[in-house]
Ligand binder design. Sequence first.
Ligand SMILES: [Zn+2]
Length: 439
Amino acid sequence: MSKYLIKGAAVLGGESADLLIVDGRFAPLEESQGATEISAEGLVALPGLVDLHTHLREPGREDAETVLTGSQAAAKGGFTAVHAMANSMPVADTAGVVEQVYRLGQEAGWTEVRPVGAVTVGLAGQRLAELGAMADSRARVRLFSDDGMCVWDPVLMRRALEYVKAFDGVVAQHAQEPRLTEGAQMNEGAVSAVLGLQGWPAVAEESIIARDVLLAQHVDSRLHVCHVSTAGSVEIIRWAKARGVKVTAEVTPHHLLLTDELVRSYDPVFKVNPPLRTSEDVQALRLALADGTIDVVGTDHAPHPSEAKECEWAQAAMGMTGLETALSVVQHTMVETGLMSWQQVAKVTSQTPARIGQLPWQGGSLSIGESAHLVLLDPAARWTVDPKAMATKGRNSPFAGLELPGRVIATFLNGHPTVLDGELNTPAQPVDAAASGGR
Ligand SMILES: [Zn+2]
C-alpha cells in the first residue's frame, strides 16, 4: 500500500489544506496513519496538467526526442497526460503505430501518453486514415490531427468530422492555408517588411478556421483549433461559439508571451509554425484565454536536434520546446497580470483538455475518490531557463536565459511521485486507466 500525506497545500490556489493519497486515489484524512508526509507550505496544488499538443518524435526521430525523454520532460513540467502528435516516422495513421506509441508511454511510466491519430494517410491530405481502427485499438484514440500539415481539402475535412462522431472524437486542425503560406518564414507585417522575409499572413490561419467552424456546424461535429495565433482567429471562434458550434481552441505558451519583434535577431529559436505574431495578437490571445473563447493551453512542444536550429533562419526547422516552461509562462502571462486565478489555470491546463481528449480520470478537482494526478507548484520561486538543464532532448527553448516565476516541486501520476523536490523521482507502474474504467 502506498500512502502520501501532502501537508498544507493551497488547493487550486485557495485555502491551504492537507491531501491524502492512498493507493493512487485521494482518500479521507482519517486514513492517514503511516503515510509519508510531504510538506507543501506555500505551494499551490493543481490537477496534473494535460497537454493536447506534444511532439514526442518517436518512432523515427529519436535523435530529436523519444517517448521516454519527452515524458520525463512532461513530468518535470507538471503534466500527467500528453497527447503525442501523429507526425512521427512512420506517421501514426494506423492502429499498429498508435498502439506502439501507447505501449512506449506505458513502459516509460512518467506520464500518460495518448497517441493522436493522423486524419489522412501519411499526412498527405489525399485520403482518410483508419480513424475507426485507431479509435477501437488499445490506444483508444479520440483526437485526430494532421498537425504540421493542414487538412486543406474541404471534402476530406467534412468526412473526418462526420466520421469521428461515431466515437465522440474530435478533429484538431492545424489551420494554415497552404497556398497563402508558400515559402513563408515569419509573420507578415511591419517586421517582415523591414527584414525582407517572406510573410505569413494572419488570413492564412483565419480563412481555414472560418471554413472549419462552418463545416463543424454543418455536420454537427467537434472541431478543435490548434495553436490559435491571431486576434482575427479569436474573433471568428467567438462568433462560432455564440452560434453554438462545437468548437474548442488552444493557445501555446509562446504565443501568450513572445512577438515577431524577436525575429529581428535572426535567431532560429524564434522560428515556429504558426509564427510569433504582434503584441496586439498576444494581448487578444490572453484576453480570449481569460474569457473562455480559447479553452486550453497546449504546448506544441516541438524538440529539434541542434543542427536543425543552429543554422541560417531560412533553413532552420520550425518549432520550440515547451513542456518544462508551460506552467511558468502561464503564471507569468495570466496569473501575475491578474487575468486569471489558479482555479482558472486548472481549467485551461488540465480540466478542459482532459474533457476534450476524453480522459475522465484526468483533470479532476483533487476530491476524495478521484485518481490522484496532481502537481505541486511553488509560485514564489524564480528561475532562469537553462535548456541544458531540461529533461527534453531539445535545446530549442525560446525562453532560454529568461527569468520566469513558478517551479514545479512535485508531480503525482496515479498517486505515485514522478517528480519530487523539483527533480525526476521514479516512474510509475503502468495503469491502463481506460481499461480499468476509472475516474
Ligand atoms: Zn501545428
